[in-house]
Design a protein. Structure first.
Length: 250
């Protein structure tokens, strides 16, 4: 992709992530210095739409990134990591160390901790176990994408069958230790076509297997969620006697 188109696509993705509102050429022209005319900007956006990176939800609306647009952003344009602040890292470290001293409460409290820190739904449990804990359902349903009846019904079904998706997801990631990103229809969780997932499987020091994942709207903050999973992987991998799966619906 030409550099100018990359700049336009990246700007549209970031604006949409922050606002959940289709992004117009007027907004881009006013906010960003692309050093091109309004007509050229509109033409570039139309080409991006024709190439499948953007779509227009209705006439006269701005553009929204497609799955292909988000994938290009993640693979090519995304910052290395949306780093957690030192204060956030310290807070996570302190809380996880406390939890490791109270193994029986690790899964439940981790779900609550992740939900509070992300502002979204968290599911925590042990791989090969049916005991999973959810926290933050209301936070998820407050997202703009999930406020109409149809979207609420679809998300409710995803949540209902989430526990049963653990084994499928675990097999999907077998042999992988890096953070993986699934967007829209790439999502291995049934019914989650309108969501994205950032996920990683890892081994604990005691030999147990754990998994961390973040699921949410496709406009999620990918780089920050990758950083969050990486950091918690590091903390939980430091000798915990439990294999933990955490799914945060951002």
């Amino acid at each position: 992709m030409e550099n100018r188109k990359e700049l336009i696509l990246g700007s549209i993705v970031r604006e949409y992530v922050d606002s959940a509102i289709p992004v117009s050429s007027v907004l881009l022209k006013d906010k960003y210095d692309f050093d091109i005319s309004s007509a050229t900007l509109r033409s570039e956006m139309l080409e991006l739409e024709d190439e499948g990176y953007l779509y227009q939800p209705h006439t006269s609306a701005g553009r929204i990134p497609t799955d292909k647009g988000f994938r290009y952003f993640v693979d090519v344009l995304m910052e290395e990591r949306g780093q957690l602040s030192p204060r956030e890292q310290k807070s996570l470290e302190v809380e996880v160390l406390k939890l490791k001293a109270q193994n029986k409460m690790l899964a439940r409290t981790t779900a609550n901790l992740l939900s509070a820190m992300s502002g979204n739904l968290a599911l925590s449990g042990i791989i090969d176990s049916e005991d999973f804990y959810k926290a933050g359902v209301q936070r998820l349903l407050s997202q703009p994408e999930f406020t109409n009846l149809d979207s609420i019904s679809k998300i409710a079904e995803v949540i209902d069958y989430l526990d049963g998706s653990v084994q499928k997801l675990s097999k999907e990631l077998k042999g992988r230790s890096e953070v993986e990103i699934f967007i829209g229809k790439e999502n291995p969780i049934s019914g989650a076509d309108e969501c994205s997932m950032v996920v990683s499987r890892y081994n604990l020091k005691g030999g147990e297997e754990g998994m961390l994942a973040i699921i949410g709207p496709k406009r999620m903050k990918y780089s920050r969620n990758v950083s969050l999973i990486d950091y918690i992987k590091k903390l939980l991998g430091g000798g915990s006697v439990m294999a933990v799966m955490i799914i945060v619906l951002y």
